[in-house]
Design a binder for this molecule. Structure first.
Ligand SMILES: [Ca+2]
Ligand SMILES: [Ca+2]
Ligand SMILES: [Ca+2]
Ligand SMILES: [Ca+2]
Length: 429
């Protein structure tokens, strides 16, 4: 009895101590695999935040995506890899080319091979764009590119080349909104090669010398896609995307000095024609011709280049036959957009209070060099460190231009308090 009385408090104390020790030991329990995605649907190219947990503390993970839509996300279909923070994973992935529908997105623990999966629903998407300029003279050309991503894996091969395909149709509306039946094009478009699963692209060009593109104004191109691949275009498959282009007498509505003004016109009868260009005062500055036409058709493309000192403002182009003005349109001549070509600059490490210098040409669009007479006083050169402007220096055409070399120069004395060990650059604005 005596021993029992003494043993009980010792036992209680020992159990208490043991539980305290256990409480301070790290938990060795394995985390379960989990995955959550946001958003859970969208077109190819959607950025998806994948969060979840893996089994291995600070372990490696992979994110896999069933891009070929065979029902399994295989090792070669990896979208991202990384290392968990503790057991947690958070990663943004971009949905790659694949087919429409629910696709497996899998988080995998590289150490244990365990996985957790979610479904991302891919939506079919359409695009139609103008390649290059959306403005041109009569007849074009205008280049277009139509794309379907997230096409259907059920689409069949209709042109017997063992590649699944789908029909695109392009329709064109003139500036009055009337559809031009003669410009409608229907094409069978084959799928791009893997890994561009579900991607269908077609490019086409209207013009040059397209008789139907001679009315001035905005034309609209509409894209139809045979989404159910039944060979017909029904409701829900029409006008999925549209894009506009503009036809005029010159290939642009405005030009910089020294830039070529290109013009082309359609005429409806035989005769001797001239292109004539008039400056803002009404003075004739160009007369190109005669261009002899034996019937209806396009006059040749002709160009007129303004000079460095051509007056700025509204110019007029006319197509003239004898004393008859057949067509007339205006364009704007603006100050040229000048470009800068550095010929030398201080590079490498230089000490503070030293002077850094750079030399450069200032060029017109036609590549001719701008001298001190062409450039107004006070155009500025900025010194940058990375993208941060450090200082700005105004140039004086008398001091900073060398007529012999046609080069401009800029110098910058590096202040005593300039930050050391960083990289500076000159930019001209
Ligand atoms: Ca797969
Ligand atoms: Ca087909
Ligand atoms: Ca085919
Ligand atoms: Ca159809």
């Amino acid at each position: 009895m005596k021993t029992e009385r003494n043993f009980l408090p010792i036992l209680v104390a020992a159990i208490l101590m043991l539980s305290m020790v256990l409480a301070t030991l790290p938990m060795a329990k394995a985390q379960t695999m989990s995955i959550a995605i946001d958003p859970s649907y969208g077109p190819v190219g959607t950025k998806v935040t994948v969060t979840g947990t893996i089994q291995t503390y600070n372990g490696g993970y992979k994110i896999l995506f069933d891009r070929d839509a065979d029902g399994a996300a295989e090792e070669e279909e990896v979208l991202a890899e990384g290392t968990a923070v503790g057991y947690s994973v958070s990663k943004v992935v971009t949905i790659p080319d694949t087919y429409a529908g629910a696709r497996l997105l899998v988080l995998k623990d590289v150490g244990t091979g365990a996985t957790a999966s979610a479904l991302f629903t891919v939506e079919m998407a359409f695009s139609l764009e103008i390649v290059g300029s959306s403005v041109n003279y009569e007849g074009g050309p205008f280049a277009l590119k139509a794309t379907v991503t997230g096409g259907s894996k059920l689409w069949t091969d209709d042109d017997a080349d063992t590649t699944r395909d789908v029909r695109f149709r392009f329709r064109v509306r003139d500036p009055t909104g009337t559809e031009i039946a003669a410009l409608t094009q229907e094409v069978i478009v084959n799928e791009k090669s893997p890994p561009s699963y579900g991607k269908f692209v077609h490019e086409l060009i209207y013009g040059p010398n397209e008789d139907y593109l001679v009315k001035w104004g905005d034309y609209t191109v509409l894209l139809d896609v045979d989404k159910d691949d039944d060979g017909n275009f029904e409701t829900g498959e029409l006008n999925l995307k549209s894009v506009s282009f503009t036809v005029r007498l010159t290939d642009k509505p405005e030009y910089g000095r020294t830039e070529d003004t290109r013009m082309k016109a359609y005429v409806s009868e035989a005769g001797d024609y001239y292109y004539k260009v008039y400056d803002p005062t009404g003075a004739e500055v160009a007369s190109i011709g005669p261009i002899t036409m034996t019937g209806a058709g396009f006059l040749n493309e002709e160009t007129w280049a303004s000079a460095k000192d051509s007056p700025l403002g509204t110019y007029t182009v006319k197509v003239v036959k004898g004393t008859t003005v057949v067509k007339s349109q205006t364009f704007l001549l603006k100050a040229a957009k000048l470009s800068i070509e550095f010929t030398s600059a201080t590079t490498g490490d230089i000490e503070r209070t030293y002077t850094a210098t750079a030399e450069f040409y200032v060029k017109y669009p036609d590549n001719s060099k701008a001298g001190s007479l062409d450039i107004p006083t006070g155009f500025k050169v900025a010194v940058f460190y990375n993208k941060t402007k450090v200082t700005e220096i105004s140039l004086d055409p008398l001091l900073n231009y060398n007529p012999a070399t046609e080069r401009w120069s800029v110098s910058w004395k590096i202040p005593k308090d300039a930050r050391l060990g960083i990289r500076y650059a000159f930019n001209v604005t």
